[in-house]
Design a protein around this ligand. Structure first.
Ligand SMILES: Nc1ncnc2c1ncn2[C@@H]1O[C@H](COP(=O)(O)OP(=O)(O)O)[C@@H](O)[C@H]1O
Ligand SMILES: [Mg+2]
Length: 244
């Protein structure tokens, strides 16, 4: 579903931010992209979305990401921004959710049916007619996820979906992620969230992929995580102490 072959990128000449990135993600996989601040996670997502130019080859399904295929690529990928304010631009949640499907040619009735279905699925019907500027940060994050889902994307990218959320809203976002059966790539340094939502982890550091494997292998590897400026998930710290 997603395929990176020898992908390189730099914002400024001579300062590579993505260095020879290679990986594939199969349809239906849920993959965590982890790494400390500055590792290159957000850049990798922007390159995958075609928002930044790249060297090498990126494929989404059978589409090669390029300027020419951008509209088609965008139809396949739903992207939840780190800052939900950048995503919600209509007055109400309902209008934001209607925008995508109607923009892609669905009738108002079809779009409205999708909106209701997604809101119900995520237990968010109460948000439908709320004003975006009057809802909380947690609700906004949930509304942003709901908005993406009305487009029925093949792939969902999320950049730090749990950042700045209180525990209750963080849990709601985790539950929402786990309900989605699409292919998912989730960038975060919240390793407990990754543990709860992903089966595979790609670890980046300084623009390179350092490790790629099952979540239970990588997130239990204290030495690997600490070498790359991260810590074991809280959930596993207790177990680790007992073992030492
Ligand atoms: N717009 C930009 N211009 C120049 N450098 C950038 C820009 N955005 C990010 N960088 C640099 O690219 C590197 C990777 O950043 P980023 O992809 O945001 O990492 P992460 O999401 O893992 O924290 C960092 O060194 C960062 O300073
Ligand atoms: Mg980032």
């Amino acid at each position: 579903m997603i395929d990176f072959k020898n992908v390189n990128f730099s914002y400024e000449k001579g300062e590579p931010v993505l260095k020879d990135i290679n990986f594939s993600i199969e349809e239906g996989e849920s993959v965590g992209l982890i790494g400390c601040n500055g590792a290159g996670k957000s850049t990798l997502m922007k390159v995958l979305l075609g928002l930044l130019p790249h060297e090498g080859e990126i494929k989404v399904g059978d589409l090669t990401v390029s300027k020419e295929t951008l509209p088609a690529v965008r139809r396949k990928i739903g992207f939840v921004f780190q800052d939900s304010d950048n995503q919600m631009f209509m007055p109400t949640v309902y209008e934001d959710m209607m925008f995508g499907p109607t923009n892609y040619g669905h009738t108002k009735e079809e779009a409205a049916a999708r909106v209701d279905e997604v809101l119900e699925e995520l237990n968010l019907t109460y948000l439908k007619n709320k004003y975006n500027h009057k809802i909380s940060g947690g609700e906004k994050r949930m509304a942003a996820i709901a908005t993406i889902l009305t487009m029925r994307p093949k792939v969902i990218l999320m950049d730090e979906p749990s950042i700045a959320l209180d525990p209750e809203n963080r849990r709601r976002v985790i539950n929402a992620i786990n309900k989605l059966s699409t292919t998912k790539l989730i960038a975060s340094h919240d390793l407990d969230m990754i543990l709860d939502t992903c089966s595979r982890v790609i670890l980046m550091h300084d623009g390179e992929i350092i490790a790629d494997g099952p979540v239970e292998k990588i997130l239990t590897d204290r030495e690997l995580l600490e070498t790359n400026h991260m810590e074991l998930p809280f959930k596993l710290q207790g177990l680790q102490i007992k073992n030492n």
